[in-house]
Design a protein around this ligand. Structure first.
Ligand code: AP5
Length: 214
């Protein structure tokens, strides 16, 4: 299974990629997570990416294509992959197509998470991520249960992402409309696009995603 999850910030791509990864054993490849890991590790990429992410802009296409090439070369990606947050521009989509042709592993489907923009702000304002295991929660709609422990057996250590403040969210949504939305037509024209309604309970969205990729 080789999937691309496409949608606005907060539409639920990361949440659904993590759930699909648990059900199918296919790795989630989140470019946002890869960049945040580089920031946390203080690498040169991390230092360069941090300012861009804090401003709600996109890291340059050549850097992102290099990151994806390296990530898809790891052994776990031989089982397939769920791309979350990549591609985000036409240049990235063209680069991905070339890379996948080269390695003989074409995309099966691109799933667009359709959602009302008003829902997004509420989702992003309440999002919390576990600092240790990276799982995504929401203070209202998806808090961790008392029995739901982190990988180290302790409670999840929840933090808010620095780019989930009001001003940066507005900028990220504008960048999505300008740079990423054109990918909807791009993938529709080549017959890969499937749309799902991304509003509703997590279980409802799970079921819609499963139907879309069946
Ligand atoms: P990235 O980390 O990819 O952020 P994003 O695309 O803005 O997406 P989000 O992670 O904000 O949202 P999501 O759709 O995954 O929603 P989630 O599941 O968390 O990128 C961050 C930055 O990195 C970018 O701004 C850019 O600078 C850089 N970057 C990354 N990739 C790049 C690339 N390819 N090129 C260039 N730059 C790049 O859900 C949100 C909240 O809603 C959570 O709290 C969740 O619990 C809740 N929720 C989810 N589903 C539901 C539901 N059905 N009902 C109720 N609540 C729900």
């Amino acid at each position: 299974m080789r999937l691309v999850l496409l949608g606005a910030p907060g539409s639920g791509k990361g949440t659904q990629a993590q759930r699909l990864q648990s059900r199918r054993g296919v790795p989630q490849v989140s470019t946002g997570d890869l960049l945040r890991e580089a920031v946390a590790a203080g690498t040169e990429l991390g230092r360069k990416a941090q300012a861009v992410m804090d401003a709600g802009q996109l890291v340059d296409d050549a850097t992102m294509l290099g990151i994806i090439r390296e990530r898809l070369a790891r052994p776990d990606a031989k089982r397939g992959f769920i791309l979350d947050g990549f591609p985000r521009t036409i240049v990235q989509a063209d680069g991905l197509a070339r890379l996948l042709t080269e390695i003989g592993e074409p995309i099966d489907a691109v799933v667009l998470f359709d959602i009302d923009p008003f829902v997004l702000e509420r989702r992003l304002a309440g999002r919390r991520t576990c600092r240790r295991c990276g799982r995504v929660f929401h203070v209202e709609s998806n808090p961790p249960a008392a029995s739901d422990l982190c990988t180290d057996g302790g409670p999840h250590d929840l933090v808010q992402r620095p780019d989930d403040n009001e001003e940066t969210v507005r900028q990220r949504l504008a960048v999505y409309r300008e740079r990423t939305q054109p990918l909807i037509d791009y993938y529709a024209k080549i017959g890969l696009l499937r749309r799902i309604d991304a509003d509703g309970s997590l279980g409802d969205v799970d079921a819609r995603l499963e139907r879309a990729i069946a």
